[in-house]
Design a protein around this ligand. Structure first.
Ligand code: ZN
Length: 161
C-alpha cells in the first residue's frame, strides 16, 4: 500500500491509500479519485515540501550583516483598534441621528412585517407610505432581487447595547 497526499482543484488537501503508484495513476485517469470534501475528480498529488533539502545542503554560511544595518525592529506588540473622532465625524454622527429620528418619527414602524409591507407597496396592493421595520439579511436580499427599493436605517453605535 502507498499513501498519497492529494489536493483537488479547489485546494482541499486529503490523503488516500492505493495498492501502488500504478493503481493511483489508473484510478486518477478514470476520474475515480475524488475529493472527499467537494467530490471533485480533478485531483493531483500534492507537492511535498522537500524537508531535508536545506538541512543537507552544504551552503556557505550567510555573512553577518554589515555594522551599519539598523537593528531589526522589535516584534510588533498586539494592538487594539482605536479611533480619534474628528469634528466632521461628530457632525456626521449628529446628522445620522437626526435622519434616524426624522425617519422614525415620520414613518410607520411595521416591525417584522417590513418585507411583507414593502412587497405589497411595491406591487401596488397597498398605498405607498413611509415605513420602517426589520428584515433579516435573507429577506433584505430577496427584496433587493425583486427590485424593491429600501434603505438600511442608520444605526448609531450608542444604539447597540
Ligand atoms: Zn475538494
Amino acid at each position: 500500500m502507498i499513501r498519497y497526499s492529494l489536493v483537488c482543484d479547489k485546494g482541499h488537501a486529503f490523503d488516500s491509500w492505493f495498492a501502488d503508484s500504478a493503481a493511483y495513476d489508473k484510478q486518477a485517469k478514470r476520474k475515480l479519485v475524488t475529493c472527499p470534501h467537494c467530490g471533485s475528480a480533478k485531483v493531483d498529488k500534492a507537492i511535498m515540501a522537500p524537508r531535508l533539502a536545506s538541512a543537507k545542503k552544504d551552503q556557505a554560511p550567510i555573512e553577518a550583516p554589515p555594522a551599519e544595518t539598523p537593528a531589526a525592529a522589535p516584534a510588533a506588540a498586539p494592538t487594539t483598534p482605536v479611533a480619534m473622532i474628528s469634528p466632521q465625524e461628530r457632525e456626521l454622527r449628529a446628522k445620522l441621528k437626526e435622519l434616524r429620528e426624522h425617519l422614525t418619527k415620520n414613518a410607520d414602524n411595521v416591525g417584522a412585517k417590513f418585507p411583507e409591507q414593502a412587497r405589497k407597496m411595491h406591487y401596488g396592493e397597498i398605498e405607498h407610505r413611509s415605513i420602517y421595520g426589520e428584515a433579516t439579511p435573507d429577506e433584505a436580499k430577496r427584496l433587493a432581487e425583486e427590485g424593491i427599493e429600501f434603505h438600511p436605517l442608520p444605526v448609531l453605535p450608542e444604539d447597540r447595547n
